[in-house]
Structure formats: C-alpha cells, structure tokens
Design a protein around this ligand. Structure first.
Ligand code: NAP
Length: 429
C-alpha cells in the first residue's frame, strides 16, 4: 500500500481526489499497489468542498501530512509553502508529483537536486500545457533525439482572447471580459495576458529540450495587451494569425552556442499547424533532428483535464514505488547559456504611417538597409489614420533584435514617418 497525500483541494486537487476515490480499484490494478489517500492539505478545513472530498481527511497541518506519505501530490500553486513541502517530501524519500510551473521555473534545480540526492521521484507533467503529455514526450520519448526548436501555445487564456479577436473581430478588452465570463481567464488575468505564465512554461520546456538549466529570469516576455484589431486584420491580409508563442531554440551568440528562449505575440502563417489551435487549447510544436516535426495538442487547463496528467504521474510514481524504479533525473549536462535577448534573430513586421507623398518608400528602405536589416516585402496597408498619411507594412528578413531596435530608433527620426504603429515578430517559417 502506498500512502498518498494531496496538497491542495482547489480546481485541480478536487479532480485528483475524485479520481483517487472513484477509481481506486482500477488504479490498484494499474500500479500493483493500493493508493491509500491519507490526507488532503488545505488552507482552511472550514471551506465547503465538493461532496466527493472525504472531509475527515482534510487537514491544515501540511508538514505533518507530508511526513505520513509515500507519495505527495502538490497542487497548492505558488512558491511557499509548496517549495519547502516538496523538499521535506523528497528528503523523507517520498515521491512527488507537482503541477506547479511557477515553482519549477523559479526553483527547479534545487528541487531536482534534492530529489536526485534522495533517489526520490519528481514528476511534473501537468506543469506545462495541462493534459498534453509534452513533458514526458521531451523527457523520455525524445530523449535520444536532438531538438532544435520548440514553438508553443502554452497559455489557453491568451489563445482564447487572440482567437476571439481574429474570428469575431473583438477588441482586446471585450475578448478578455468574455474569457473571464466563460472561466477561461481569472479575475486577475495579469500573469496570463502579460505572458508570465507562458514564460514559466517556456523555461521548463527549454530546460528539458536542451538539457540545460533555464530559469524564468532567462525568458524575455511580452504579453498581448497591446495587440489591436488593426494588427489582427493586417496579419490576415498577409495570410497570418497572431499567436502568443513560447519559443525555445538553439542558436549562437558570436561563436558561443546558447539557447534563445522568449515569449511574445507573433505572426504565424495560416498554414502552420499552430495557426489552427483555436480557443483555449494548447499545442507544442517540436522540431527535432531525427523525428522531424511533431505537434502535441490538447486541453491546456481545467481541473478534469489537468487531473489526467497528474494521475499519469501518480501511476508512474506508484509503479516505481512497487518495482523500485526511479523517474528520469534532471538532464542538464549540456549547460548551454541563455542567449542575450538582443542577439536573438527573427523576422519582423513593422507597420508605420508615413506622409502620403512620392519618394517616401525609397527613403524608408534606404534607412532600414543602413542598419543591415534587409527588407523582404513592403506593401501598402489599409489602416491609415488620416487622409494625408499612408500605411506601410514592412516585413524584414531575419535580423537581430539589436539591429531591429537600432532601425526603429532611426525610423523615429525620419520626418516623413508619422508613427510606428506596431512591430511584431514573424515566426513559424
Ligand atoms: P486553486 O484552485 O487555487 O487551489 C489551491 C488549493 O491549495 C486550495 O485548496 C487551497 O486551500 C490550497 N492552498 C493554497 N495555498 C495554501 C497554503 N499556503 N496552505 C494550505 N493550503 C493552501 O489552484 P488550482 O487551479 O487547483 O492549481 C493548483 C496547481 O495546479 C497550481 O500550481 C497551478 O499552476 C497548477 N495548474 C492548474 C491548472 C488549472 O487549470 N487550474 C492547470 C495546470 C496546472 P483552500 O481551498 O483552503 O483555499
């Protein structure tokens, strides 16, 4: 018999408890051991719970509960007390399953080291993209391949908002309000719309894919609050949709190899598999040397869907408990550094408003070329704000972030340029 402690009985915890209670016999058959739920740690035992929750198992003494468990399922969220409780658990030899991306992105190495030192399991499938089995895919199935790039839609809230802006023509605030009404966005949507939730997941994905420690602090982030209906319409005119992407790829800064990780909205060609990821769904597109391209797709959040990933880890941990196996250890041997943001190379779409007069295009093109940024296409856009101005939409070839920044400073000095409306990266080619 394996003694199981569930820490947290909220959206995910309740569904995990439901599975442990309602599918106890099946889980026994699958793991070879009975999973004996010994306690459920919460902030307040007085809070009303779903009827499936055995209230006699609720406790506010989480450290005491951890001491009584062989398998600890951490579903509290946040940094403390989750970090300390996981350290206590692995320290006493218990296996840990967590869904806590914020904690792993901030303190992953400390937790992996503690688990390895104690030869305890640390599983975290639900920390990235909810029910989508991408962590196991990278950590185990692709462990013999060489991954070159990951492009992920790993935040359902922002994907829902951008999708509604694209398909229903809503502006950002209206789409956000709708997402909140439908339960796809929290009352405080900051972590989602600013890209911070996606950045934590990007750090975890990059660490797994490139066998190198990558922390949240290594991930430059830009959210979607600034995306306008005009950006969406302009993207559509060139056969693109706008998606918030978590990107991790190997690159070079001078002669030094490194990992470029970032989160930002990007133009994605309409025929790219990620463009068809609709509503609150998640997808992770992986490019690998031998496997080619793969896409992991599915529900990225929600208590029931996320509980599937948690239970998958619970079964794996329980099987190890029975057979004496061990989850894969952290693989960080490559130790590739995070590349500085300004060294990252990508294509850009720059929308500007210019004086509607002859010679302007040549003037702008010459200025852009001076900074070593080469123009792929220029076309006249449809979103000029006055009669005497025209919109130009410039798409560049690959350029470094620093070259682009210098170009933008220069563009600002040109008298014929009325305003730079937006700058968006173009990804997925
Ligand atoms: P939630 O609904 O806010 O539930 C959190 C639970 O933890 C509550 O039961 C709360 O107790 C308990 N808790 C929080 N802080 C505590 C503390 N200091 N001491 C004791 N108990 C504490 O959170 P959730 O949405 O289930 O998320 C749990 C984890 O899963 C997070 O790491 C989240 O990032 C991750 N995750 C969530 C989803 C999703 O769709 N929700 C998807 C993927 C991953 P009370 O009930 O007494 O307040």
């Amino acid at each position: 018999m394996a003694r199981v402690a569930v820490l947290g009985c909220g959206v995910v915890g309740t569904e995990v408890v439901r599975s442990l209670v309602e599918h106890a016999d099946e889980l026994h058959s699958r793991t070879g051991t009975r999973l004996d739920l010994v306690g459920i740690g919460v902030r307040s035992t007085a809070t009303p719970r779903d009827p499936v929750v055995p209230t006699e198992l609720l406790t506010e003494d989480l450290p005491g509960l951890v001491r009584r468990a062989d398998l600890v399922i951490e579903l509290l969220g946040g940094i403390e007390p989750a970090r300390q409780l996981i350290l206590d658990a692995v320290g006493s030899g218990a296996s840990v399953v967590t869904a806590n991306k914020a904690l792993l992105a901030a303190h992953g190495p400390q937790l992996y080291e503690a688990a390895d030192a104690a030869r305890a399991d640390l599983f975290f499938e639900a920390a990235v993209a909810g029910a989508v089995p991408v962590v196991r895919g990278l950590r185990e199935s692709l462990a013999g391949d060489r991954i070159t790039r990951i492009l992920g839609i790993v935040n359902g809230t922002t994907n829902y908002i951008l999708d509604e802006m694209t398909t229903s023509g809503l502006d950002f605030e209206t789409a956000l309000a709708q997402a909140q009404q439908l339960g796809y966005a929290e009352a405080d949507p900051t972590a989602d719309v600013q890209g911070l939730d996606a950045a934590a997941k990007a750090a975890i994905l990059a660490s797994l894919a490139f066998h190198s420690r990558t922390a949240l602090a290594d991930v430059p982030v830009q959210g979607i609050r600034e995306i306008t209906p005009a950006d969406i319409a302009s993207a559509a005119q060139t056969g693109h949709v706008i998606k918030l992407l978590a990107i991790a790829e190997v690159g070079r800064h001078g002669t030094v190899p490194g990992i470029a990780v970032r989160v930002h909205p990007a133009l994605v060609p309409i025929d790219h598999p990620l463009a068809s990821v609709r509503g609150p769904y998640n997808a992770v597109f992986v490019e690998a040397a031998a496997a080619g391209t793969l896409m992991f797709y599915g529900a990225g959040a929600g208590g029931v869907a996320t509980s599937s990933a948690v239970l998958g880890d619970v079964v794996a941990a329980a099987r190890n408990f029975v057979n004496g196996g061990k989850a894969p250890a952290e693989s960080a041997y490559a130790a590739l550094p995070a590349m500085p943001a300004e060294a990252v190379r990508t294509r850009y779409q720059i929308r500007i408003e210019v004086a509607d007069q002859p010679g302007v295009l040549a003037e702008v093109a010459a200025l852009v070329a001076r900074r070593g940024v080469s123009i792929e296409t220029v076309r006249q856009g449809a979103h000029a704000s006055a009669d005497d101005v025209a919109e130009l939409v410039i798409v560049t070839h690959e350029a470094s972030e620093s070259a682009l920044a210098a170009t933008v400073v220069d563009l600002d000095t040109l008298e014929v340029i009325k305003r730079i409306t937006s700058i968006l990266r173009v990804e997925g080619n």
